[in-house]
Write a protein that binds this ligand. Structure first.
Ligand SMILES: C[S@@+](CC[C@H](N)C(=O)[O-])C[C@H]1O[C@@H](n2cnc3c(N)ncnc32)[C@H](O)[C@@H]1O
Length: 297
């Protein structure tokens, strides 16, 4: 769920689908939860934008629990109001993904999300239903040392995802092969990620056209449900009737949108592939591409 289109974190490389001024209202959010509950969905992930900046962040979490959803959050919080907002609801969250960047990704994106500064965030949670998510570009030994120090001290899981191009930030990644080898050798890597990123440069020139395989729905900050965040052609307002929403969601499943370079990073394997290569779906970050085996959350 995108809590807001605008984002004060302002990562220059951000690949989110919606940028603008829309802010998710508590009314549309509750309406969406009511419909999604009827459709059998049982977990929401608050992202954005920066969810802890939303004035109704606490309410979002409480309302999700009242409807019986598990509620996860993806956040760049580090200190001040963002951290207090997060700490205030931490006990209610099923999972907290704390986003961070390798030193070079941080420099490139002007993100302020260093790996070392996540320690204070994990301390503030009071539990370990959490993971460190590192967006990696030119991954180096210092990054690896920081990652190890944080996950060991905090006892949380780790996700590493290569920095990927977005609609507004296209670039060739000459370090990708090096980054991937380092991730694979130092941390381990899922076969799914290896398969995706092996074709990365080819995809930038010639994006593959295949059906969306995401098993998630996306709620935009202006109150539309879509299967793919990037597909504004097939969407339905949360203000539509029950029947319209149910039929629209059904259509999104039977007539999936096509992928392009923008959404490859959040695309999930199909059920058939997944049955052959099961992965844990229990994390809050829809963008995750890699999960470390240990420590187990
Ligand atoms: C769009 S952010 C929104 C939530 C929150 N503001 C945060 O910083 O975590 C969600 C995740 O997308 C990741 N992300 C954004 N752009 C990316 C890109 N171009 N390549 C890889 N990951 C990206 C971020 O690092 C973050 O972990």
């Amino acid at each position: 769920m995108s809590t807001a289109d605008a984002c004060a974190v302002g990562c220059r490389f951000c690949f989110r689908a919606d940028v603008g001024r829309d802010v998710l209202s508590i009314e549309q959010y509750a309406h969406a939860l009511s419909r999604l509950h009827e459709l059998g969905i049982d977990e929401v992930c608050l992202s954005g934008g920066e969810p802890t900046d939303h004035p109704d962040f606490r309410q979002f979490v409480r309302v999700a629990l009242q409807f019986g959803f598990r509620c996860a959050v993806v956040t760049a919080a580090r200190e001040g109001k963002r951290l207090s907002a997060l700490a205030g609801v931490a006990g209610m969250l099923s999972h907290v993904t704390v986003s961070a960047d390798s030193q070079e990704a941080e420099r490139l994106g002007h993100t302020g999300r260093t790996i070392a500064s996540t320690t204070a965030v994990f301390d503030a949670l009071g539990h370990t239903r959490a993971s460190l998510h590192v967006t990696a570009y030119e991954l180096g030994d210092e990054d690896l040392a920081d990652i190890r120090a944080v996950v060991t001290a905090a006892g949380v899981g780790l996700e590493v995802s290569p920095l990927l191009p977005s609609r507004t930030f296209r670039f060739d990644n000459p370090n990708l092969a090096h980054d991937l080898d380092l991730i694979e050798n130092s941390l381990g890597m899922s076969p799914e990620l290896r398969a995706v990123v092996d074709q990365y440069h080819q995809w930038m020139a010639d994006p593959p056209h295949r059906d969306c395989e995401s098993e998630r729905l996306y709620l935009s900050a202006d109150g539309y449900l879509r299967r793919c965040p990037y597909d504004t052609e097939r969407q339905v307002s949360v203000d539509a009737s029950r029947q319209e929403i149910s039929e629209a969601v059904q259509r999104m499943l039977t007539e999936p949108p096509h992928t392009d370079i923008a959404c490859l990073a959040i695309c999930r394997p199909s059920s058939a592939e997944e049955a052959a290569n099961p992965v844990d779906h229990d994390a809050g970050n829809a963008d995750q591409a890699y999960r470390q085996e240990e420590p187990v959350r």
